[in-house]
Design a protein around this ligand. Structure first.
Ligand SMILES: [Mg+2]
Length: 384
């Protein structure tokens, strides 16, 4: 079998752009993948076009070798743009291989280790009484792990960390009081805090209020996370932007974090994700995959989640309200994983178990979109 064509489709679907990639073969088997570098999809398309130049004519079954060649072939190795491109192609190659062998993708990853995939869901905010009501709604829907949305920016895009941590801590304490001890509660701070702010936030809440704190600070410096680790006992969930096993390396080996927010569409696809999972298993770190994209990302992550021993919860793509109305992608992806209560069943059809209406995809356009550019009250830049 040979690869005959690779088509990147950066298209607006539902509430965001999705960069989905089709890989064609001379045997008529096609595979679909998705790339996760949201907001900079055009850059990833360029990388895919470079890879396409040497991938056409190659054996799609040689996934490991092609991964090495994509990562290392340009002399300037790695980086988020390149691994986002590699991720989409790697996932599509797994889809092709599963279809060629007549097995679901989880059979290529060691086989299924669980009957279904538990998920966590997220409140939409604002941080206040509505947050607790939404959490109750999710619990009534079967969720036992919930991520609370912290106090965020105002309508002008002004974000003050100290105001946010005071308000968020207050409502997290109330949430724990009202929701009980059993439910898992976490907060995603989107890299918006300094070490001092993150420590203060944790210290404003009694021990046991939160079960995980996601991305309190930026990740460029593992030593900063180690400093924060010494200042709080709240488990950390990090890694959705990590673009290789090497970015996970210092965090895993120094036991800095407890949950891996790995993104199979950014880290380098299923090939790289399985290596990170094995490494994490040796340190008893659970996989809590990032999954904010489309059905191809969800399906690939379900197969990954089914195949690893060290797993906690998969992120669902929606929040209260949307969970019950669905997205407008069902026509574009007529076969895709659907939530059953708070869990996903693992698809048993060959490949990923996603079907794509390519004619509809071609009719979707790309929209340039910028994440909010937040500022402090004094006008200085801060993270979204
Ligand atoms: Mg996050």
């Amino acid at each position: 079998m040979k690869i005959t064509a690779i088509h990147p489709y950066p298209v607006w679907v539902g509430i965001r752009n999705q960069l989905i990639v089709k890989v064609e073969t001379n045997e008529g088997i096609v595979g679909w993948g998705e790339s996760g570098l949201s907001g900079r999809e055009k850059a990833v398309v360029g990388a895919i076009e470079h890879y396409r130049e040497f991938l056409i004519g190659r054996d799609p079954m040689a996934i490991g070798a092609l991964w090495q060649e994509m990562y290392r072939s340009q002399y300037f190795e790695g980086g988020r743009v390149l691994t986002a491109a590699i991720s989409a192609i790697d996932i599509a190659l797994h889809d092709i291989k599963g279809k060629a062998l007549g097995v679901p993708v989880y059979q290529l990853l060691g086989g299924k280790q669980r009957r279904h995939i538990p998920t966590f869901a997220t409140t939409r905010g604002p941080c206040g009484p509505e947050m607790i009501e939404q959490a109750k709604e999710l619990m009534a829907g079967g969720w036992t792990a919930i991520r609370l949305f912290p106090a965020s920016h105002d309508s002008r895009g002004v974000y003050e960390p100290r105001a946010s941590i005071a308000e968020t801590a207050k409502w997290c304490v109330k949430a724990r009081e009202e929701l009980g001890d059993e439910v898992v509660l976490g907060v995603d701070y989107h890299h918006r805090l300094s070490v001092a702010e993150a420590a203060s936030y944790c210290q404003k809440m009694p021990s046991g209020t939160l079960d995980f704190l996601e991305e309190p600070i930026r990740d460029e410096t593992p030593e900063a996370y180690e400093a924060l680790r010494r200042m709080t006992g709240v488990p950390f969930a990090i890694g959705e932007e990590f673009a290789s096993k090497w970015q996970f390396l210092p965090y895993i080996e120094r036991d800095i974090h407890q949950f891996n927010r790995i993104d199979v569409c950014n880290v380098g696809g299923l090939t790289e994700a399985m290596k990170v999972a094995g490494w994490s298993e040796a340190h008893y770190v659970d996989m809590m995959p990032h999954n904010p994209l489309g059905p191809i990302c969800t399906a690939a992550t379900i197969h990954f989640a089914a195949s690893v021993a060290n797993f906690s919860w998969l992120e669902t793509r929606a929040s209260p309200g949307e969970l019950y109305h669905g997205f407008d992608d069902i026509e574009i992806f007529p076969v895709q994983p659907r939530l059953e209560g708070a869990v996903y069943k693992v698809p048993d059809t060959p490949g990923l178990g996603v079907e794509v209406d390519e004619d509809l995809v071609k009719k979707q356009s790309f929209k340039f979109w910028e994440a909010p550019h937040l500022q402090r009250i004094d006008g200085s830049v801060t993270n979204w």
